[in-house]
Design a protein around this ligand. Structure first.
Ligand SMILES: Cc1cn([C@H]2C[C@H](O)[C@@H](COP(=O)(O)OP(=O)(O)O[C@H]3O[C@H](C)C(=O)[C@H](O)[C@H]3O)O2)c(=O)[nH]c1=O
Length: 186
């Protein structure tokens, strides 16, 4: 029995993954990851690292982060507490949807995750206080391969449901996309 309802999005490879809860009088069991099922959605390797983040204040935005090869990664982004506006930006050089973005509301209630393929930047806005996120990464964190875009970059024109706030000092100073920006060469 499938434990995930996997749906495509307008950006090729970016998938909305809804977990199916197995509930009973005590509560529920929900599967976060299944190598066999998620291989069908494009996750073909082992999980390299799992991260847990807590974001205290509604309105806070984290992102837009990505890694260049050889550490370009697939991410499975889960919201286990609260609700977020989760954004992925297609940076794949040559993609017909290059620099386009897509967002999904992820929440503990809707049990939805976003499977983000290599070559995408990721960010989110907390829509509630006390948001907890759990990320599965197919590649290890590699600071030397990491890059980022500004969450309010006019070339992306991402709509954030709430006024952007709480950027980290690092996220606040990411450069805007210039004519020399080349995206991610996969
Ligand atoms: C991304 C990352 C960071 N770190 C270290 C580096 C810093 O010392 C510290 C905080 O890093 P940063 O401010 O980049 O973390 P976030 O802004 O919360 O980044 C997170 O939010 C955005 C939306 C994402 O997509 C990232 O994948 C996700 O990790 O954790 C790690 O040890 N592992 C990691 O994978």
């Amino acid at each position: 029995m499938s434990r995930f309802d996997i749906q495509s999005t307008p950006l090729a490879g970016l998938q909305r993954v809804q977990r199916q809860r197995l509930g009973d009088a005590r509560g529920f069991l929900s599967r976060l990851f299944c190598a066999e099922e998620l291989a069908l959605a494009g996750w073909t390797g082992p999980i390299a690292q799992i991260n847990h983040t807590f974001t205290a204040q509604r309105g806070t935005v984290r992102g837009l982060h990505f890694q260049h090869p050889p550490h370009a990664e697939t991410k499975l982004v889960n919201c286990l507490q609260g609700e977020v506006w989760d954004v992925a930006v297609d940076l794949r050089r040559g993609s017909p949807t290059y620099l386009q973005w897509h967002a999904e509301r992820l929440s503990a209630d809707n049990q939805c995750a976003l499977l983000i393929p290599p070559g995408f930047a990721h960010g989110f806005q907390a829509l509630t206080d006390n948001v907890e996120m759990l990320y599965c990464h197919s590649q290890p964190y590699a600071a030397q391969s990491e890059a980022a875009l500004h969450v309010q970059d006019p070339r992306l024109a991402i709509t954030w449901p709430l006024p952007v706030q709480g950027l980290s000092p690092r996220d606040a100073q990411h450069a805007l996309i210039g004519d020399d920006f080349e995206g991610v060469h996969l």
